[in-house]
Write a new protein. Sequence first.
Length: 127
Amino acid sequence: MRKIRIALTAAATLAMVISAEAQTQAPAGRGVMVYWPATAYTCGSWSSALSKGRESDEAQLYTMWMYGFVSGQSLWASRDKITLAATDTAGIDAWITKYCADHPLDTIAAAGLQLVDVLTGGRKVAR
């Protein structure tokens, strides 16, 4: 069931489509669309990306994906009348950064699910 939850969240956030600056000139000055499979990336890679500075392209990719993931989980939980506790991007960043420091081999998707479990007060979203 957890795999179904991850798959549905990934579908809901569409693997978080992120507009990234192209290394080469894109047509009409537009960025390149990147589809990013977060289940392939570990918490260690989150920590490495953020160590380059929060404004780096790599850190932005990770954090924007996480914001989309948490938003998608919030939408999914709402169908079961489960409300996530209020938080903001700084809270998400701090929680995930600490979790990833403690669990560097977990995927960032697993870290996101752990955060959602905290934000729901332990109430499990139907899977």
